[in-house]
Write a protein that binds this ligand. Sequence first.
Ligand SMILES: Cc1ncc(COP(=O)(O)O)c(C=O)c1O
Length: 231
Amino acid sequence: PLRQLADHYDLHLIEDACEALGAEYKGRKAGMLGDCGVFAFYPNKQITTGEGGMIVTDDEEAAMLMMALRNQGRAPGDTWLQHTYLGYNYRMDEMSAALGAAQMTRIEELLTRREQVARWYMERLAEIPAVELPYVAPQTTRSSWFVFVIRLAPGIQREEIARKLEERGIPVRPYFLPIHLQPYLVERFGYRQGDYPITEDLGARGLALPFSGVMTEEQVEMVCRTLQSVL
Ligand SMILES: Cc1ncc(COP(=O)(O)O)c(C=O)c1O
């Protein structure tokens, strides 16, 4: 639908695939659905280069322009002291890139392990009535698990649950906080609590559980058992 909309209004479609490395929509890889696809490699992502990210595109002109912009405006072919454009220093250093390239050689293994951990969580948490599980839409032919976020049933005091879990050695985080209630946007545009009730409801009930590809089934079980007893 977004592609159709973009075509209709002659817009470029930039796909933010930062959390979706390896995911598929109707059998097509995330990052290949727009004119440009963007990935991020901060340490919380499926693979990391410390900081930094990557843009993929099959638009030659856009690629050339972005390569220039990240390199202080030097167009491909410019010498070090030539700056065809006004640009930035957005280069990824080679050591960080090497770290990412090495992880890409075993990306399938990394994604599969995260899928397994998510599956353990899904199966075990389905037994806890106060927990709403992440929803995977039917168009999603492959999920790439970035974080594992549950929603607590309405009326449950999330902060208290989080505190009790932390006391028992299980770190959790509220997730996400609604963007319109971030101080900058409140000050700049005057948004208020109540402007987006669905977003606010979801923001108030989401809880990110410990999640990574190196978790064992016993660790998942321990998180779920503790959550169950705290609830
Ligand atoms: C969906 C999404 N877009 C963009 C970003 C930003 O990535 P970076 O911090 O590498 O700029 C993130 C990172 O968390 C993200 O999750």
